[in-house]
Design a protein. Structure first.
Length: 196
């Protein structure tokens, strides 16, 4: 993460600030000039598409979360009745793109960015199954769609997403043998070439 300050300050109705663009530029370590202005009703979808171009999946929580990596946090600005975004790490603010550096007064939502390759995004279907061995006693079976939809399996997301963001990689489902699902790291005979 390279701290980058916003180049536009929020001054409604004349101008909207670009604190979000500054946070994205900081996390991805790119010039702020290449970050689009995410505005209007479809700003979130446009941002998702842009982040995917960079090779990441965008994940959102509508509450406070604590992650080891860098993530964006939204909350009320101390400068007026509008929102502001900053960058957190390990539950603490590490960069405020506004010159005042006063941060935010509360937390409304958080955004994290997960590398697409870490969950096998190149596989075309979101229905492909994965297995995450979190610990000796905790094994989670999931599909990509469980991570992408914020309302799906929220308790599982709370465990899986921080685990993935820490660089761990799940095992991908390969095939089913005698009603038993076989995953990449299972000690089982390799399926025949014609096996799906």
């Amino acid at each position: 993460m390279i701290p980058i300050n916003q180049t536009k300050l929020h001054n409604p109705p004349e101008e909207s600030g670009n604190c979000l663009a500054a946070c994205i530029a900081s996390i991805f370590e790119v010039p702020i000039d290449i970050i689009p202005e995410f505005e209007g009703e479809n700003w979130y979808l446009e941002m998702m598409k842009f982040v995917e171009i960079l090779g990441f999946e965008m994940l959102r929580w509508d509450e406070e979360v604590v992650l080891k990596g860098y993530y964006i946090v939204n909350g009320k600005s101390p400068r007026g009745s509008f929102d502001h975004v900053v960058i957190f790490k390990n539950g603490k603010m590490v960069h405020d793109p506004h010159p005042s550096k006063k941060g935010i007064e509360n937390i409304k939502w958080c955004l994290a960015f997960l590398p697409l390759h870490s969950i096998g995004k190149l596989i075309p279907s979101t229905e492909i199954k994965f297995r995450a061995i979190i610990s000796e006693n905790t094994i989670i079976y999931f599909r990509l769609i469980d991570l992408i939809r914020p309302t799906k399996l929220f308790s599982i997301r709370n465990i899986l997403i921080p685990w993935l963001l820490n660089g761990n990689r799940p095992d991908r489902f390969i095939w089913t043998k005698d009603s038993e699902d076989i995953y990449e790291n299972d000690k089982a005979e390799t399926p025949d070439a014609e096996q799906p």
